[in-house]
Structure formats: structure tokens, C-alpha cells
Design a protein around this ligand. Structure first.
Ligand SMILES: Cc1cc2nc3c(=O)[nH]c(=O)nc-3n(C[C@H](O)[C@H](O)[C@H](O)COP(=O)(O)OP(=O)(O)OC[C@H]3O[C@@H](n4cnc5c(N)ncnc54)[C@H](O)[C@@H]3O)c2cc1C
Length: 389
């Protein structure tokens, strides 16, 4: 006789894009999810994020209201000359749907976060609505017991712990991984400007074609511009070379002024310099190269997203790889594949499922980490990049 499916109590540590993706996927698979977030609120910044078809596929699959996030379908890549903006090459993206059944979507990060959170907590849709607990910073985990201790001294025990606590993951060190990290030889500013402001400046033609546009020259400097929020917001990433031996301050909230931003790019196309001068929400984004970790799971704990495989942004795969992690967890813990169905073999079933998770995900994520680092150095390494004059 087939034994009954055991619905697990799952603790997701981290309410970022990766943690929410995992919460939705495991909810859909029939489990009870509590998301613990260190901050007193959950939210995201206004910068842009691209979700290619390997990620957008799962958003639709999980029943996320993608359109409510006002995505822009990115239809092509355009490369401009650094100093005068002349178009040097283009490559199509608009055929993603034709090739892979799903579009490449450009969002504002806060929009994706909102639609994922709504889906996770909603009473509508398959599975039990997830619970969200804020102001809970996890500081320790006992992997074999699934026991998590928070800074406020609260302790919880879960059947399964998903550590989605980002690039500086505490849970990762708690399961014995010490990352081999080097600072990348470049760094980025991320900033936004409204389409209305662009029109007012007479620069409305930039991004009018729903393309992802690059300004490049030999070296590390690169500007990436894409539309989001139904085309109303233009998100810009401005990369510049740094001396990696000088350890500069890190954090998501280090700002700069428009004048200082422009001063970093003295030879850049003057139109893009004007965009910089009128940009808002300018924040520094430090970039790190992590060597792939030797394992992702211990006992009842699994790493996911940036906690498992931080990567440089140049293949636009950071969130999509976290989505793939989440999708894989949803499958290995599904009614079809999860065999930890009674208290006697529950632990063995969880360990077996997590081994499968590592098997299907680690190699692929490591290859994409590597491909992302290569594309940081040379844009032609971007997957799918075929130059068309
Ligand atoms: C500016 C920027 C632009 C990006 N652009 C793209 C892009 O275009 N395409 C793409 O695919 N990817 C992009 N990425 C990467 C992508 O956002 C991440 O890879 C993806 O969101 C996965 O993140 P995560 O949820 O694993 O980690 P994070 O987004 O870092 O979320 C971690 C969450 O855990 C919480 N947390 C941390 N520690 C604890 C703790 N101890 N206890 C409880 N909670 C904790 C944090 O507060 C946060 O909410 C970008 C990243 C950044 C920063």
C-alpha cells in the first residue's frame, strides 16, 4: 500500500527573492512554510533585474501574477560605442518565447519582490499560505536537528531549513563552509531614472525599443540600461574598474552623488552622462567571485540562491538560478519523489531528497558562476551573444 505523503514544516531563512521563490515552490509541493527575515520589513530596492526564460518559466508555473509586476519583455541586446553612443551591434532576445516558450523579462527588483510575496502569503492558489516572521535574524543552526537560533534568543525546530540568507550567509558558515572569495576587479553603481525625465531631457529614444543596451570599451567599464515597470522606469548599471587589493566598505546602502558618478566616466557618451546627472537612488554594488562550494546541504539544511552560489551579474542569472534551486526543491520534495513519509524514515527521506537537490543543481550553478565571471571580463562571453552588424 502506498504510504501517505508527509507535509513538512519548513523554515526559510531570508525573505529575499530566493527565499520567497523557495517558499512558493515548497508551498505548491504541499509543505507548511514559515519565512524568517532579519529586517522589520521585507522589501527590495528599486534597481532592475532581468529574468530570462529559465526563470520566468517557473514564475508562470507557480501561478505568480507576473503581469502585476509590470515586466517589460526585453526584445534585443544593443551594443553602443562608448564615447558617442553609435550602435555597433545588436542581438535578438525577442525570440526567447519562440525558442524556450517563455520571455526574457525585465523588472524592478521591488516589483518582483512584491509579486512573489503576494503569491507566497496569498490565501488563493495551491497549498497553505506561507507565514512571514520579521525581525528574526538567524545566528546559528544545528543541521541534524533542524534547530535554528535567532539573535533575539528565540529557537525554532523545523523538518527542513532552507538557508536563503544571501551572499554573506551566516547559515552557510554554520554548516561548515568557508568561502574562498576574491573581490572582483570591478564594481558597479546601480541607479534609476524615470522615462518621463528621459523624455524631458530629450533622451526618450534610449530604451524606447525595450532593448537591454550596453555601452562598452576595452577594459572593465560598461554601462547597462534596461526598462522596467511597464517602461516607466529606466534602470542603469554602471560598472567601473577598481583595485581589488584595496578593501573598500561594503553594503547595499552606500550612496554617491550624480556628480561623483559622472566623474567616474569622463569619456562616456554625453547622453549617458546626462542620464547619470539626473539619476536617483544611486547605490554602490561591490562584486565578489566565490569559488563553488564543496557541498550545499548538511543534515536538514539546504543552501539556496546567493547563499549557495553567488555569481557576478553578467549572465543575468542570479535570481533565475535561485528560482531553479527553488523549483528543484519543489520537485525533490513533491508527492511524486519525496519518500520521507513516516516519522521512522523521515530524516532519511529528507537527506535523500537533499542529495538529489545537490546532484541536479550544483554542477549547473557552478558552470553559470564561471560563465558569469568570464562575461564580466568580455561581453562576447555572454551566452547567446551573436553579433549582428
Ligand atoms: C543590485 C543587484 C542587481 C541584480 N541584478 C540581477 C539581474 O539582473 N538578474 C538576476 O538574475 N540576478 C540579479 N541579481 C542577483 C539576484 O538579485 C540574486 O542572485 C537573487 O535575488 C537571489 O538572492 P537571495 O534571495 O539568495 O539573496 P538576497 O537577495 O541577498 O536576500 C537575502 C535575504 O535574507 C535576509 N537575511 C540575511 N541574513 C539573514 C539572517 N541571518 N536571518 C534572517 N534573514 C537574513 C536579507 O535581509 C534578505 O532579505 C542582482 C543583485 C543585486 C544586488
Amino acid at each position: 500500500m502506498a504510504s501517505e505523503f508527509k507535509s513538512l514544516n519548513v523554515a526559510v531563512i531570508g525573505g529575499g527573492l530566493g527565499g520567497l521563490s523557495a517558499a512558493i515552490s515548497l508551498r505548491r509541493a504541499g509543505h507548511k512554510i514559515t519565512i524568517y527575515e532579519r529586517h522589520s520589513f521585507v522589501g527590495e530596492v528599486g534597481a532592475g533585474i532581468g529574468i530570462p526564460s529559465n526563470g520566468s518559466k517557473w514564475l508562470y508555473n507557480w501561478g505568480v501574477d507576473v503581469e502585476a509586476g509590470k515586466p517589460v519583455v526585453a526584445n534585443r541586446l544593443i551594443i553602443h560605442r562608448w564615447d558617442n553612443g553609435e550602435v555597433m551591434a545588436t542581438a535578438p532576445l525577442g525570440d526567447s518565447k519562440e525558442k524556450f516558450k517563455y520571455d526574457t523579462l525585465s523588472f524592478q527588483r521591488c516589483d518582483v519582490h512584491r509579486i512573489l510575496l503576494d503569491t507566497a502569503l496569498s490565501k488563493k492558489g495551491l497549498g497553505i499560505p506561507c507565514k512571514l516572521v520579521t525581525s528574526h535574524r538567524a545566528v546559528q543552526v544545528e543541521a541534524e536537528l533542524g534547530k535554528v537560533t535567532f539573535e533575539n534568543r528565540e529557537v525554532i525546530t523545523a523538518d527542513l531549513v532552507i538557508a536563503a540568507d544571501g551572499i554573506h550567509s551566516k547559515m552557510r558558515s554554520a554548516i561548515g563552509i568557508t568561502p574562498e572569495v576574491t573581490q572582483a576587479s570591478s564594481c558597479a553603481y546601480r541607479h534609476v531614472i524615470s522615462k518621463a525625465k528621459l523624455d524631458e531631457l530629450g533622451l526618450g529614444d534610449i530604451c524606447s525599443s525595450e532593448a537591454i543596451e550596453f555601452w562598452t570599451k576595452p577594459g572593465m567599464e560598461k554601462i547597462v540600461i534596461g526598462c522596467a515597470h511597464g517602461g516607466e522606469v529606466i534602470c542603469v548599471y554602471s560598472f567601473f574598474a577598481i583595485d581589488p587589493s584595496k578593501h573598500e566598505k561594503d553594503g547595499w546602502n552606500i550612496s554617491t552623488t550624480p556628480d561623483q558618478l559622472v566623474a567616474k566616466f569622463p569619456t562616456l557618451d554625453p547622453r549617458v552622462q546626462r542620464i547619470m546627472l539626473h539619476s536617483k537612488d544611486i547605490k554602490v554594488w561591490r562584486l565578489y567571485i566565490h569559488k563553488p562550494y564543496p557541498y550545499w546541504t548538511r543534515g536538514r539544511v539546504a543552501l539556496l540562491g546567493d547563499a549557495a552560489h553567488p555569481m557576478l551579474p553578467d549572465q543575468t542569472q542570479g535570481h533565475s538560478q535561485a528560482i531553479e534551486d527553488a523549483a528543484a526543491l519543489g520537485l525533490v520534495f513533491s508527492k511524486q519523489y519525496f519518500h520521507g513519509n513516516s516519522n521512522q524514515n523521515l530524516e532519511a527521506g529528507i537527506v535523500e531528497a537533499l542529495q538529489r537537490y545537490e546532484k541536479v543543481r550544483m554542477k549547473r550553478a557552478a558552470a553559470i558562476q564561471d560563465a558569469s565571471a568570464k562575461a564580466r571580463d568580455d561581453l562576447r562571453e555572454r551566452i547567446g551573444w551573436v553579433q549582428k552588424a
